[in-house]
Design a protein around this ligand. Sequence first.
Ligand SMILES: CC(=O)N[C@H](C=O)[C@@H](O)[C@H](O)[C@H](O)COP(=O)(O)O
Length: 221
Amino acid sequence: MIESLRGGLIVSCQAYPGEPLRDPRAMALIAQSAAEGGAVGIRAQGLDDIRLIHEAVALPQIGLWKVGAGGVFITPTLEHALAVVAAGAEIVAIDGTRRPRPDGLSLAETIAAIHEQTGALVMADAGSFDDGLAAQDAGADIVGTTLSGYTDEGPTSSGPDLELVATLSNRLIVPVFAEGRIHTPEHARAAIDAGAFAVVVGTAITHPATITSWFAEAIRA
Ligand SMILES: CC(=O)N[C@H](C=O)[C@@H](O)[C@H](O)[C@H](O)COP(=O)(O)O
């Protein structure tokens, strides 16, 4: 399955609490559109979204469950991860940083339990080079640059962290997925050229409010 993602575009279909598109049916339609456009995989948040997208789109899915928006919030516990897999995700994305986890398990214990109890692959969402190395050591099947700029390890840049993509891709044996602030086709190409196994794009494809704001700001006097 992972081979079907090599060199491809994965589209992250997420709406945030309180937003008009925060509805699994909307996300399923967006995921179908992404598939038509050439996505090789879908990333989705929340059990209902994962279930519906699984029914609607025959592509591998990276599932996650966000709890809150600070600290360890991407699929923070083993329990959340198992629920994401039960909802149909072939890959479960979990926080892949070295921060303490709310259920007290280590990253290695969490990944081992997911592997023991399910057939799913684990994508560790890392925030830095050291996170990525530790996540591979902990048994992650995939390391993502998802959390670069969102932990206290470094500032958030306006574009993708291509340097992290390159350094992790050079060093790791497991596939590195470039994710986070990839806003243009040129960014996506640059991430592949930097060694990414696959590229995950969310906002620039699936978040109309942000895309609108880019245009609105560009023409404001
Ligand atoms: C940091 C965090 O919470 N990232 C989340 C992870 O699933 C999503 O909110 C992002 O949209 C996703 O990573 C894709 O990135 P971008 O939307 O920048 O293309």
